[in-house]
Design a protein. Structure first.
Length: 167
């Protein structure tokens, strides 16, 4: 019986120890996996969500668009990002306007350009002057050209027309 008690004491001593798990190699493995996935992840282009009521034209263009300010032209309004710049009343007045510059759009784009330039200066980058124009297929050509002219005058000379890609 004394021999049995000694056996149990030895066994208890072995199991009473704290088990330490070395996770350094596991963390290294996960770090390598994260770096590998980040290097292989490709986020080209810009996710574009057309405004409600917009039907974009289709094209066979292969070029992808980077990040840019968004101007949306529907049949009744003009918006910068999601802010309505020209409502339906102003849009109707625009149709009869002789001047090529759209003043409310120019004011908003100038303010956006000023903010973007300050941000670029603060972060030591270059202001790109890029703008993405989403235009409904039914908008008149003279409205589109006036919007493009106004974008150029407000400091956004690099314009991209957003379209659906033909399959």
């Amino acid at each position: 019986m004394a021999g049995q008690q000694a056996f149990y004491r030895r066994r208890r001593k072995r199991s009473d120890g704290v088990v330490k798990l070395n996770i350094t190699s596991m963390i290294d493995m996960f770090t390598l996996m994260v770096v590998f996935l980040l290097k292989n992840y490709s986020a080209q282009g810009q996710l574009v969500t057309p405004a409600k009521g917009l039907m974009l034209p289709t094209s066979s263009v292969e070029k992808t668009v980077g990040e840019a300010l968004s101007v949306k032209i529907s049949e009744k309004t003009i918006m910068v990002e999601n802010t309505v710049v020209l409502d339906s009343v102003g849009y109707e007045q625009l149709r009869g306007q002789k001047d090529f510059l759209i003043r409310p759009l120019y004011r908003e784009l100038s303010q956006q350009a000023k903010t973007a330039r300050l941000s670029a200066e603060k972060f030591n980058t270059v202001f790109s002057g890029r703008i993405s124009i989403q235009g409904d297929v039914e908008i008149p050509y003279n409205i589109l050209t006036r919007v493009m002219y106004t974008c150029g005058q407000a400091g956004y000379p690099v314009m991209n027309l957003v379209v659906y890609r033909k399959a």
